[in-house]
Design a protein around this ligand. Structure first.
Ligand SMILES: O=C(O)CCC(=O)C(=O)O
Ligand SMILES: [Fe+2]
Length: 261
């Protein structure tokens, strides 16, 4: 039996069913711009990854930074009240790809041909590649008490997350399925302002451990509210590219991992 079928809940999420299940997921993501697959991994895998995440936690690089919704620094060339020039705070710990054991269930999932084929089908893309640098493909993210991810649009067109441990309170994923259309060079500054001033919170998505989420992070505003509990929020990001040989920028690698290689 193929390895991936031992990792995920294949009965509930038959990702190899490209005739029915994949088209259903594709419809869902096109309609709602987000796909939430609860209990995606089975309980044995989840327990294993929770253990792995705790062992690796001591190696996490913690960063705290201010950035705009476009993940830039504030610019003095722009109006300081421009919604795209207002800074928010993000702080979290990160264990990069090269510290994750090669035989981790995460690597098996990330490299699985079945999983990549499923992703290509539902995202309607021709190719999917890992990052060309050694740090960015799979990341464990740790949000400790008071840590958060401020409102932002991602640089990558789509994002895939896998929840490992939820916090007891706070640490909520909020998502607004509008705000920007990169292809059409459109950005909704009024909407961004409402989100930044807490007038508009968007949808809060309940994410239990084991849940896999796919979303279009480049066009839709999202954030993680501050963790309020002692129990940290631990989440994996599975990061792919639609083109070969792409490295995360040096600036981003220094910020999130504290090193380049
Ligand atoms: O932690 C999450 O749920 C979202 C992560 C995210 O938005 C990001 O890493 O850009
Ligand atoms: Fe994001």
């Amino acid at each position: 039996m193929n390895k991936i079928y031992k990792i995920i809940n294949i009965k509930k999420h038959p990702i190899n069913d490209l005739k029915n299940f994949a088209p259903k997921c594709k419809k869902e993501i096109q309609k709602k711009s987000i796909l939430v697959l609860r209990n995606f991994i089975n309980s044995t895998t989840l327990k294993n990854l929770q253990k792995e995440s705790k062992i690796l936690q001591q190696k996490a690089f913690y960063c705290s930074q201010k950035h705009t919704v476009l993940l830039n620094k504030k610019s003095n060339k722009m109006n300081e009240f421009d919604p795209c020039n207002i800074e928010v705070v993000s702080d979290k710990g990160c264990v990069p790809h090269d510290l994750i054991p090669k035989n981790s269930f995460l690597c098996q999932l990330y490299n699985s041909e079945e999983f990549k084929l499923f992703l290509k089908k539902i995202l309607d893309i021709d190719n999917i590649y890992p990052y060309a640098d050694t740090l960015s493909s799979i990341n464990y993210n740790y949000y400790e008490q008071n840590q958060q991810l401020g409102w932002h649009f991602d640089n990558a067109s789509f994002a895939i997350t896998l929840m490992i441990q939820s916090s007891d309170s706070g640490g909520n994923f909020q998502y607004i399925n509008k705000g920007r259309n990169v292809d059409k060079k459109f950005i909704d500054k009024d909407l961004i302002m409402s989100a930044l001033s807490n007038k508009y919170q968007g949808k809060e998505i309940l994410v239990d451990p084991g849940t896999l989420i796919l979303f279009y992070g480049r066009n839709y505003l999202h954030r993680v509210t501050p963790v309020e509990s002692k129990k940290s929020r631990i989440l994996v990001t599975l990061n792919y590219n639609t083109e070969k040989e792409i490295k995360l920028s040096e600036n981003a690698r220094m910020t999130f991992f504290g090193r380049l290689v």
